[in-house]
Write a protein that binds this ligand. Structure first.
Ligand SMILES: [Zn+2]
Ligand SMILES: [Zn+2]
Ligand SMILES: [Zn+2]
Length: 152
């Protein structure tokens, strides 16, 4: 759980403002949903979450559009394999965003975002090149078991 959800939302709002975009109430709710749930959610799980927590009924189309906006502004990430979304861990950070690696718990969907070091990306890119492929999105998604889901 991120320490101060309101603080993070505020940061996100300032960030959007600086880019000439507006973090509207609905956009905020979706972002808050991802931050508060602290795990990967599909658009439909997010709709449920917003309904339960904010009493808001959002049509799937607008949720997808909101997610696109948030992704564009690097506030959320899309997990391509799981087709789910997570809040970026670095919303309130100043440093440049490295290429993320997502550790995804296959049991509870809790996600940890860590950075991949440059050497690993070079390796991946090299391996792809040797196979005749050009690395397009180096984002790495790994299926894991988190600490709380590991059998004792
Ligand atoms: Zn991130
Ligand atoms: Zn950071
Ligand atoms: Zn877990």
């Amino acid at each position: 759980m991120m320490a101060n959800v309101d603080g993070v939302i505020q940061q996100a709002e300032n960030y959007c403002k600086a880019k000439g975009a507006r973090l509207t109430t609905k956009r905020k709710q979706v972002l808050r949903g991802l931050i508060e749930s602290n795990k990967a959610l599909s658009a439909y799980e997010l709709i449920d979450f917003c309904h339960q927590h904010f009493g808001e009924k959002m049509p799937p189309m607008s949720v997808y559009r909101i997610l696109e906006f948030l992704e564009h502004h690097h506030l959320v990430h899309k997990l391509n394999l799981a087709n789910k979304y997570v809040a970026c861990t670095h919303i309130s950070c100043d440093h440049t965003h490295a290429i993320p690696q997502f550790l995804i718990c296959i049991n509870c969907s809790k996600v940890k975002e860590v950075s991949i070091n440059q050497a690993t990306i070079s390796d991946l890119s090299e391996t792809a090149k040797n196979a005749g492929y050009d690395l397009y999105t180096p984002q790495v998604e790994l299926n894991c078991l988190c600490q709380s889901c590991l059998p004792a």
